[in-house]
Design a binder for this molecule. Structure first.
Ligand SMILES: Nc1ncnc2c1ncn2[C@@H]1O[C@H](COP(=O)(O)OP(=O)(O)O)[C@@H](O)[C@H]1O
Ligand SMILES: [Mg+2]
Length: 263
């Protein structure tokens, strides 16, 4: 997946909801101006690792056929910072000059989908894939009280992956990601209840995942992260690589764990 670099032009404010207060930034994209929700690499709540996890997870989701807000690298430069009048906003952005993680602002007509206790047909199939995806990247942040999903009509888009992969990287003790104990957090998942006791429809998802492992696409995404994010993060990147290597070797165990947790 090609990730465009877009240039920050106009600061519109912060997203108040959520833990990390991402920026609302209008960016120049060729001849267009588009708004990106921008997660910064240096704040109290986020680090370069958060942005690495965002970018890897969003690429993997797309490769597995799930929809996400379009990702981009948002370049914050001095001119942009100097255009901001309010000093605390300016200082927060100045600390984050260079590349940050952007997701194309989804609007209008997008809303948070209602939390449901039962699903059927295509919705069940889609929920199965999102559940398996969150197991794969150990995303603890798609809960009933905060689904991090946006919906328009019948289309569902994933957002917010800065906590994906983190427990596999920083978790003490480390738990192999294909074991049931690595994904107990999924009991709080927005789709846990409607999927409980159901047969997951994951054949297509499994086939796509297997192909990604065979093609080495995940490792390509790891190798293509911007240097300014990866400098000093080598040991964490190594852990992410090992996370996926382990899953590639234990795919049957992994899917068995996903099924087991829903029994
Ligand atoms: N691409 C997007 N389009 C529209 N709204 C978004 C998008 N990304 C984030 N938001 C809004 O910003 C809030 C915070 O962003 P999010 O990525 O969830 O960060 P946090 O880690 O702080 O929860 C979300 O709950 C949502 O309301
Ligand atoms: Mg969120």
């Amino acid at each position: 997946m090609i990730i465009p670099t877009v240039v920050a032009k106009t600061f519109l404010g912060w997203h108040g909801s959520g833990r990390t207060r991402p920026g609302r930034i209008e960016c120049e994209v060729g001849v267009d101006t588009l708004e990106f929700v921008t997660k910064l690499k240096f704040t109290h709540e986020t680090t370069k690792l958060s942005l690495i996890c965002e970018l890897l997870a969003v690429q993997l989701a797309n490769d597995l056929g799930l929809r996400t807000a379009d990702p981009a690298m948002v370049l914050i430069d001095r001119d942009f910072c100097e255009s901001i009048l309010e000093s605390s906003d300016r200082e927060r952005l100045e600390r984050n000059m260079g590349l940050n993680f952007g997701s194309r602002y989804l609007h209008p007509g997008f809303g948070v989908p209602p939390v449901r206790d039962s699903l059927a047909g295509a919705e069940l199939w889609r929920a199965s894939e999102i559940f398996a995806f969150d197991a794969l990247v150990q995303n603890v942040d798609r809960r009933r009280d905060n689904p991090n999903l946006l919906m328009k009509g019948n289309d569902l888009f994933l957002i917010d992956h800065d906590l994906a992969l983190v427990s596999s990287i920083l978790g003490i003790p480390h738990i192999d990601p294909w074991l049931p104990t690595a994904i107990t957090f999924l009991k709080d998942h927005v789709f846990y209840k409607p999927l409980q006791g159901k047969n997951l429809e994951l054949d297509g998802f499994r086939a796509k995942l297997d192909r990604l492992f065979v093609d080495g696409k995940l490792y390509e995404a790891l190798a293509n992260l911007p240097d300014e994010w990866t400098d000093g993060e080598e040991s964490n990147l190594d852990k992410i690589s090992k996370h996926f290597e382990g899953l590639a070797q234990h795919q049957d165990d992994f899917f068995e764990s996903v099924t087991k947790i829903l029994q």
